[in-house]
Every structure is written in C-alpha cells, then in structure tokens.
Design a protein around this ligand. Structure first.
Ligand code: DP6
Length: 384
C-alpha cells in the first residue's frame, strides 16, 4: 500500500506569451516564454494521489467529478513519470504496475483564461513525481499536460525554453529568479468573465500557426529580443522596462489572434477599457506604474509594485463599481486611498459588475507538498 501524497501548485501568468506549437503531441512551442508564478495562498490547484495493488483501474476526479483517465495528455504524463521512475530505479517493479487514483481541485474558476490547466498539471506531475520518488526535473513532464504548466513547476520568475530537439528533451523550464528576488512585485487579477472560453488555447494556437503571417514575424524577430530584455529587466528590477515589454507582448499576442483566419477574439470591450485606463493612468503618473496582460480570455492581469496598489485598486473601484463592494477585492490585504480629480477624470464610472471581482496576489513559490493530512482522498483511496 502506498501513502497518499498531496501537493498544491501555483498559477503562472506569462509576460512573454507562448502561442504556437512545433509539435502538438509532445507540446513543443515555437517560441520561448517568460512568466511570474503567483502565490499559492491566493490561487492554487490541490492534488492528492496514491497507488494501490487493489485498484482495478486508474481513476481521476476533478473538482468533484469523475473524469476519464484516457485523455492522451494525462496518459503521457503518467507514462513519462513511470518511465523516469524505472530509469532512476526509484520504486519497485510491483509498485510501477499498481493503478493510481488522482483527486484534484482548483480554488478559482477553470477554463476562464485563468491558467487553471497550468496549475492543475504542475500539481498532478509534482504529486506523481513524489509518489514515484522521481528526482530529476519534471517541467518537461508537466509540459506534456499543458504547455504553460511547465512554468508552474518553479516559483518566482520562470523561462520556458522552446528548445530545438525533436524529442523535446531541451524544452524545459528554468528559474530566472526566485520569489524573494523582487518582493515588491504584486498582481491584480481582474475577473471580467468566468464562463468557459469560446476557442481553447490549443485550437486557437493551431489556427494561428496555420494562417497567421504576423505569428511568423513575431517568432523570428520580436520574441527573441523581448525575452532577453525582460530577463534583464527582471534581474535589474527595472519595473518600467518590465511593464512596457509585458504590455507590448500581450498586445502582439492578441494581434496574432486577430490575424488568424478565422480570427480568435479573446479580449472584450471591458478588456480594452482596462487597457485604455492603464495607459491613461501611466501617462498621468509620468512613468509606467502598471502593466496589463491578457491570456486567452477577457480577464486582465495587472502587474504593479506594492506601493502603487492602493491607488490602482481605488481607480478600478471607481471605474468598475460593484454590487458587492465588500467582497470585490479578495486575497492580500491593502489599504485604499482617495483619488485626486485628475485620476477621477480618466473615465466615468461604468455600469455595475463589468468586473466581477479582483484577486490581489504576489509572486510566490513553486509547488509544495502538504503534510497536514488534508488529503482529498480518504484512507481507501477514494475522494472524500
Ligand atoms: C495565452 O498552455 O493552455 O496562456 O499547451 O495547448 O495546453 P496548451 O496551451 P496552454 O496555453 C497558454 C497560452 C497563454 C499564454 C501563456 O501562458 O504563455
């Protein structure tokens, strides 16, 4: 009988976006990408795993629902973990034959462009690696679940190297700097919609690779230079450089989505208004104080320094009034401050609840094992 292993894993939000694969099965990207890993205290996936001789088949429960284990991505992750364990001789032959049970949940909406698959697969793979006592880097295994998941295997600021090998062996994530490097860096996630997106990232990027001329230009000329520059900005804690590159890269990614045929539209009028407001705010402030970035959905992730959070939250509250103001901002505690007329004039208050809520978080560490016994599986290896 094996013990139950429980792990929590973070979300990451890219500042240089991954968009386009050179191999769909192995999930190998066309370009390098860079992200920040966000604090698991605010947003995380939690996964429990165990292997037992008496289990008849592999089983997985996601957010309380039994799902099929026979998805190719899931199968690839489990197969690779077992192959590593066999190569490292970390468990017995018998153990490798036993079936596994997996139970996983997110504490935030799935498939709303909130990087839930990244946290989910990073969590699953880290938990399985601990179960099978795999010691080597597991980012390339998390990548087999969802590309962006490989970046959630590390905390702080992370680079996913596209690599050039056809077997994907050099398509791994590495840490640029850990979560203590730039402690002032925080994020506000503005949830503009939490319904499932129209076109999945997988399909959206396939259409882009097949049809977008702009994507070719982006990969050849823009991303390599931006990647080097943003890594430098992170190392030097140069916020305005970091922010400028982040916004330009998000804009270009969405331009590629529109350049796809048929086009993929992820940003909404609310998203575009957020982008307008941030540019105005930076202009009035006289320096770049906030960066926005949008994934494959309408929600904005704002990166900013801790000192600017009170003013920016007040600005968001002013423009996007909520019917439930006490619950509007969740996560880290922060004071708010009265806005001067020049900021109030950026934009009139909009109709209520265009932004549903805001998650206030910061850069955090990678996946961690939970040892307080709060497993999602009971003694019999079934969901609690
Ligand atoms: C816009 O990692 O979800 O968030 O590899 O097909 O599972 P698959 O795609 P996924 O794509 C994420 C795209 C993005 C940008 C990013 O996170 O870099």
């Amino acid at each position: 009988m094996s013990e139950i292993i429980t792990v929590i894993a973070p979300v990451n939000i890219a500042v240089i976006k991954y968009w386009g694969k050179r191999d769909e099965d192995l999930i190998l990207p066309l370009n390098d990408s860079v992200s920040a890993t966000l604090d698991t205290n605010i947003m995380c996936a939690k996964t429990s795993v165990c292997a037992r001789p008496e289990f008849k088949e592999d089983g997985i429960w996601l957010n309380g629902k039994k799902e099929s284990f026979y998805s190719p991505r899931l199968q690839n992750c489990l197969r690779e973990i077992k192959a590593r364990a066999a190569a490292e001789k970390s468990v017995t032959e018998d153990f490798l034959q036993w079936k596994v049970h997996v139970c996983s949940e997110n504490n935030f909406p799935t498939a709303a462009g909130l990087a839930s698959s990244a946290a989910g697969y990073a969590c699953l793979v880290t938990a399985l690696a601990k179960l099978y006592k795999v010691k080597s880097d597991v980012s390339s295994i998390a990548r087999l679940g969802s590309g962006s998941a490989c970046r959630s295997v590390y905390g702080g600021f992370v680079r996913w190297h596209a690599g050039t090998n056809t077997d994907g062996s050099d398509s791994v994530a590495t840490q640029i700097a850990d979560q203590t490097h730039w402690p002032e860096m925080q994020a506000l996630i503005l949830v503009a919609g939490d319904t499932k997106k129209k076109t999945s990232s997988t399909v959206g990027m396939r259409i882009a690779v097949e049809t977008s001329e702009l994507l070719k230009h982006r990969i050849k000329y823009c991303v390599p230079q931006r990647t080097e520059e943003i890594i430098q900005a992170i190392k030097e804690r140069d916020f305005s450089k970091f922010a400028e590159i982040t916004m330009k890269d998000s804009n270009q990614f969405h331009a590629v989505c529109l350049d796809s045929y048929p086009p993929c539209v992820y940003m909404t009028d609310v998203s575009h208004l957020v982008s307008y407001v941030i540019h105005k705010y930076n202009e009035i402030s006289g320096s770049i104080k906030v960066a926005y970035t949008f994934d494959a959905g309408p929600n904005a992730c704002l990166y900013l320094l801790e000192k600017d959070v009170p003013q920016v939250i007040s600005l968001i509250r002013h423009i996007f009034p909520s019917s439930n103001p006490d619950k509007f901002v969740t996560g880290l505690q922060s004071k708010e401050e009265a806005l001067s007329p020049v900021f109030l004039s950026i934009c009139e208050p909009q109709k209520q609840d265009l932004i549903k809520y805001v998650m206030h978080t910061r850069v955090g560490e990678g996946p961690t094992e939970i040892r307080d016994g709060s497993h999602l599986l009971n003694e019999a290896g079934l969901p609690k």
